[in-house]
Design a protein around this ligand. Structure first.
Ligand code: S3P
Length: 452
């Protein structure tokens, strides 16, 4: 599918203002649909992120046999088939751009002796799937067709799924989750060990749906998760909190556009996701956390963000997992700070929707911001608020590269264009109207016309 490129340009903005809610969290939305598909009876999900990535998961769960509808109030109703009840999908499942969706669904494809075929867009087809296929093979999944463990691929689940103990070799919630999801239909104990604490939505939601699961954290931070296989899931009513990764874009926009004062309501504050807020506060950001409360088993809060004078900081590798999707927009904040911001432990950025480390460094440079891209590090030389802009940033099918550099344009002197913003719809389909409501001016841009 070759869609026409949809470029956008963000023009220098005046004081952003307003009180808004970001759409539902993407990680929790995927899991809400998947877990509900394994209950018998009806689950309801409110606040689901209705983005391309999550809609792909809805289609995948339908392909596995679940019935999924929405009502006039935007509530999603899922009638599941029970653990062990998945059917063989009739057609290939096209996961588009959604890495989380396909990796977790591979865990579900290991539930029984049936064949599932997955494909995706050019970005997803270039991303490594071996990191989930390796442990799933140990649990009995057979890869029937694939080149270099990339999509498109065909897999056959085992006749008798086997539980196992697996130590996740890289900090990845997707790998952890794929193993745990496969373990749901294996008799006995599936154990996952992670040395680095990654987002824990799978563990929390598994317990919420009725799984017997324990998590032990050792003195050095290593977590051992033990799941008893073949539980009976109970239907749930879920409320999805606002996505902190999406909130990062308007937050940084408000920090770098002088005179801004915005509030984002109902943002997920799970500590495995708040590394960007911690870092921005260290940089001197004026962020006030209001009305901290619990919702659906998660901490949420309203975030008031005002324009701030930022200073460069060192962002330690140990924080990377809690802000892994936020580095492009942090780099934008760093470009407006005074002094250097040095970010460590960024190896995983190389295998996101694109090589995000390289794409971020390129976007900074093309807009007049000096930076040094290391193998796993990025050092940004802040401009003290004087980013020139004027560049056209290639987004490489990556929604977060697009949004981060549009945010940069709002605080820059000349504005910033991105060559293709179509993929913003994978995670934050309302980004443009959301930003417009705050007062941002983001308009269509034809990169080809400019080059010609
Ligand atoms: C996610 C985990 C992270 C993150 C992704 C969502 C999840 O990926 O980048 O956007 O929902 O489990 P990794 O597990 O590859 O770090």
């Amino acid at each position: 599918m070759t869609a026409q490129k949809a470029g956008l340009m963000a023009h220098p903005a005046r004081d952003l203002a307003g009180t808004l809610r970001v759409p539902g969290d993407k990680s929790i939305s995927h899991r809400s649909l998947m877990f509900s598909a394994m209950t018998i009876g009806e689950s309801r999900v409110e606040g689901l992120l209705e983005s391309q990535d999550v809609l792909a998961t809805a289609d995948a769960m339908r392909a596995f046999g679940a019935t999924i509808d929405t009502d006039a109030h935007g509530i999603w109703h899922i009638h599941g088939v029970g653990i062990g009840g998945f059917l063989e999908p009739q057609d290939e499942i096209d996961y588009g751009n959604a890495g989380t969706g396909v990796r977790l669904a591979l865990g579900l494809a290991a539930h029984g002796d049936f064949v599932t075929r997955f494909t995706g867009d050019a970005s997803l087809r270039s991303r490594p799937m071996g990191r989930v296929l390796d442990p799933l093979r140990l649990m009995g999944l057979e890869v029937l067709e694939s080149v270099n463990d990339r999509l498109p691929l065909a897999v056959r689940g085992p006749t008798r799924p086997a539980p196992m103990r697996y130590e996740v070799p890289m900090p990845s919630a997707q790998v952890k989750s794929a193993v745990l999801l496969a373990g749901l239909n294996a008799p006995g104990e599936t154990t996952v060990v992670e040395r680095v604490f990654t987002r824990d939505h799978t563990e929390k939601m598994l317990a919420g749906f009725g799984a017997d699961l324990t998590v032990d954290t050792a003195a050095d931070g290593t977590r051992t998760i033990v799941l008893q296989g073949q539980p009976e899931f109970k239907p749930q009513s879920l409320l999805v909190p606002g996505d902190p990764s999406s909130a990062g874009f308007p937050m940084v926009a408000a920090l770098i556009v002088p005179g801004s004062d915005i509030t984002i309501e109902g943002v997920l504050m799970n500590v495995s996701r708040t590394g960007l807020i911690t870092t921005l506060l260290e940089m001197g950001a004026d962020i006030v956390i209001h009305n901290e409360r619990q919702s659906g088993g998660e901490a949420i809060a309203d975030l008031q963000v005002r324009a701030s004078v930022l200073k460069g900081v060192v962002v330690p590798a140990g924080r990377a997992a809690s802000m892994i999707d936020e580095y492009p927009v942090l780099a934008v904040a760093a470009a407006f700070a005074s002094g250097e911001t040095h970010m460590e432990g960024l190896a995983e950025l190389r295998v996101k929707e694109c090589d995000r480390l390289a794409a971020t460094a390129f976007g900074l440079k093309v807009n007049g911001v000096a930076c040094v891209e290391g193998k796993e590090t990025l050092t940004v030389t802040g401009t003290g608020g004087a980013v020139t802009g004027g560049g056209i940033v290639p987004t490489h099918l990556d929604h977060r590269i697009a949004m981060a550099f549009l945010v940069m344009g709002l605080g820059s002197k000349q504005g910033v264009a991105v060559d293709d913003a179509g993929h913003i719809a994978t995670s934050f389909p309302t980004f443009q109207t959301f930003m417009a409501e705050l007062g941002a001016d983001i308009t269509p841009f034809d990169a080809d016309a400019r080059v010609a």
